[in-house]
Design a protein around this ligand. Structure first.
Ligand SMILES: CCCCC/C=C\C/C=C\CCC/C=C/C(=O)SCCNC(=O)CCNC(=O)[C@H](O)C(C)(C)COP(=O)(O)OP(=O)(O)OC[C@H]1O[C@@H](n2cnc3c(N)ncnc32)[C@H](O)[C@@H]1OP(=O)(O)O
Length: 304
């Protein structure tokens, strides 16, 4: 297999731009009363993700802005990893809230076009980026809260599941779940482990086999999300939950989190290359490619 660009090389190519006091609609700057000086705040942006860190609270807001559906493309995943790494290495940052800047969609999951009609090398590079995203997010030392302000199938659900807490907008039109089976594909063992750790084995087994997507109220019933709120209350609730989690000493919370998640993280780390090879050989099968093409057709037909 040809040499694969490392994350470092993808980071160098991506050109993250630092911005000062970026007025995010959901950020502290937007809430600042006019005329008052801004409290310390740092922001950075790249093409698909906006980040604003409020240094006074230690809380960053990461917003996905990759229309039409925030699909997790290779570029998106690269930017996500860079942004998270920057926050992880910033001593001023203790917690991150993830939300979408795209109306009605949190994230539509892995970008299907990255898994269809491409070379083996491309599939391997893409899958390494998916692994990297999960390892960084699930293994983050920061408090992570998903403010799920739209539908969140498959990889989008994985992002939410990998956080410490999930708050979803109470709209029954917004759905969430690991629906891979509906596409004729299989959630890998670390998606499954993350899911089991949130909802338990029985519900995970049934949901994965059926590829179930749950409307927000259903998802709340079995703990796939922790709370539902009206859309206009989402930011306030996410900040309140964050404050509650940040009230604890970091070291105690971090060690506890690591104790709960380490075995699952270690399992992928130990089998990372094998997992890449499994993905590549699975996704490049003609029968799987056909399923993905049919699924994309179905998405297009649904519109007309
Ligand atoms: C034992 C052996 C095991 C081996 C296993 C080894 C490895 C594992 C193998 C594979 C694992 C893969 C894991 C995959 C995870 C995933 O995340 S797959 C993606 C799943 N996502 C979905 O199913 C969501 C599909 N999308 C939708 O349901 C809807 O688009 C929506 C998000 C609800 C939004 O609906 P709506 O607002 O009506 O928008 P449209 O449907 O019109 O979509 C707009 C355009 O966006 C395109 N699009 C949608 N989703 C995706 C996507 N995920 N990727 C790429 N593109 C997407 C859609 O086609 C529209 O495009 P056009 O405007 O028509 O061009």
């Amino acid at each position: 297999m040809a040499a694969v660009p490392t994350l470092a090389r993808r980071i160098a190519r991506s050109g993250v731009r630092p911005l000062c006091r970026w007025p995010l609609a959901w950020g502290r700057a937007a809430r600042q009363p006019p005329g008052l000086p801004l409290a310390p705040c740092r922001a950075f942006s790249n093409n698909k993700i906006l980040v604003e860190l409020d240094e006074s609270s230690g809380v960053a807001m990461m917003k996905f802005k990759s229309p039409p559906v925030n699909s997790l493309s290779l570029d998106f995943l690269t930017e996500f990893c860079i942004s998270l790494e920057k926050l992880e290495n910033d001593r001023a940052c203790r917690g991150v809230i993830f939300a979408s800047a795209v109306p009605r969609i949190f994230s539509s999951g892995l970008d299907i076009t990255e898994m269809s009609g491409k070379s083996m090398e491309h599939y391997a590079e893409f899958w390494r980026a998916v692994q990297e995203m999960w390892l960084r997010l699930y293994g983050s030392n920061m408090v992570t809260i998903a403010a799920v302000n739209g539908s969140s199938p498959a990889g989008g659900c994985l992002v939410a599941l990998s956080c410490d807490y999930r708050i979803m907008v109470e709209n029954p039109k917004f759905s969430i779940g690991l629906n891979e089976a509906q596409l004729g594909i299989v959630a890998p063992f670390w998606f499954k482990d993350t899911f089991v750790n949130v909802v338990g084995h029985r519900i995970a087994e049934r949901s994965l086999q059926l590829g179930s997507l749950y409307p927000a109220p259903e998802a709340l019933k079995f703990g796939l999300v922790d709370e539902l709120v009206p859309e206009e209350k989402l930011q306030e609730k996410a900040m309140a939950v964050m404050a509650q989690w940040l009230a604890l000493p970091d070291h105690a919370r971090q060690l506890t989190k690591s104790m709960m998640r380490k075995a699952v993280l270690d399992r992928l780390v130990a089998h990372r290359e094998e997992d890449v090879q499994n993905f590549v050989s699975f996704i490049s099968k003609e029968s799987i490619q056909k399923s993905l093409r049919m699924y994309m057709e179905m998405l297009k037909k649904k519109k007309s």
